[in-house]
Design a binder for this molecule. Structure first.
Ligand code: DX5
Ligand code: ZN
Length: 218
């Protein structure tokens, strides 16, 4: 399986954002995970268009934009124009998920759909799975970095990987929340291949952390 490391800038030091992105890029990060929160789908508010636009000028990484916002269809074009390469929205936040997937495709971007810990994998229809490039299984409650991995989510990763073996063998399965030196093997063994990491990358020595996880994901 082709593994990808997607450092989440939510945990970065925003006074040094450009430098920290440069550092993960130099050490071989594959994606850059960009968490957009609206204070409505989730309690917190993170950052939005101006930040993405300005880091786009500095980085060639694949921007893996994770929208934690209500009615995501309103903003697909905007985030695409700001420099997203992939856009992932929440199943729970969309009235018509197939339409949102269509909008992401029309914008020429890779489409992802996310499910929160309380949402079962069975809420994703075969049709949705066939039309997205990636499913994001949240392994913490969306909204904040630095939370503890929820063990009950491991079964959902396995269930989705088994279900897609025939349905869509090349589906990317992303995990997000509480991934660290202890939990990374668990999610890899369960079938995840795109690994988001906030605090485990940006706390401490960013270059060393990135190098370490790139090795694990080889
Ligand atoms: C949480 C965000 C995550 C967050 C993960 O809602 O979606 O991407 O940055 O942070 P860690 O890796 O610290 O759990
Ligand atoms: Zn995220």
């Amino acid at each position: 399986m082709r593994y990808k490391l997607s450092p989440s800038i939510l945990a970065a030091d925003f006074t040094r954002l450009g430098n920290e992105i440069e550092c993960v890029e130099k050490e071989g990060a594959d994606y850059l995970h960009v968490d957009v929160m609206d204070g409505s789908f989730v309690p917190s508010i993170s950052f939005g268009m101006p930040v993405i636009k300005s880091i786009r000028k500095k980085s060639r990484l694949f921007f893996d934009v994770h929208l934690m916002i209500v009615n995501p269809e309103r903003y697909i074009r905007t985030f695409s124009d700001c420099g997203a390469d992939g856009i992932t929205f929440h199943l729970e936040a969309a009235k018509d998920p197939l339409r949102v997937i269509g909008l992401i495709r029309d914008a020429g971007k890779r489409a992802g759909i996310a499910i929160s810990p309380e949402t079962p994998v069975s809420d994703l229809s075969d049709e949705i799975i066939k039309r997205v490039d990636m499913v994001l299984i949240m392994t913490v409650r969306p909204g904040f970095g630095g939370q503890k991995y929820m063990d009950e989510c491991t079964g959902k990763i396995k269930e989705l990987r088994n279900r897609t073996r025939e349905l869509k063998p090349d589906l990317d399965i992303e995990v997000d929340g509480g991934i660290n030196r202890e939990t990374i093997k668990t999610v890899m063994n369960a079938g995840a291949n795109v690994i988001v990491m906030g605090s485990s990358i940006f706390e401490g020595d960013i270059a060393e952390n990135t190098k370490y996880y790139k090795k694990v994901l080889k």
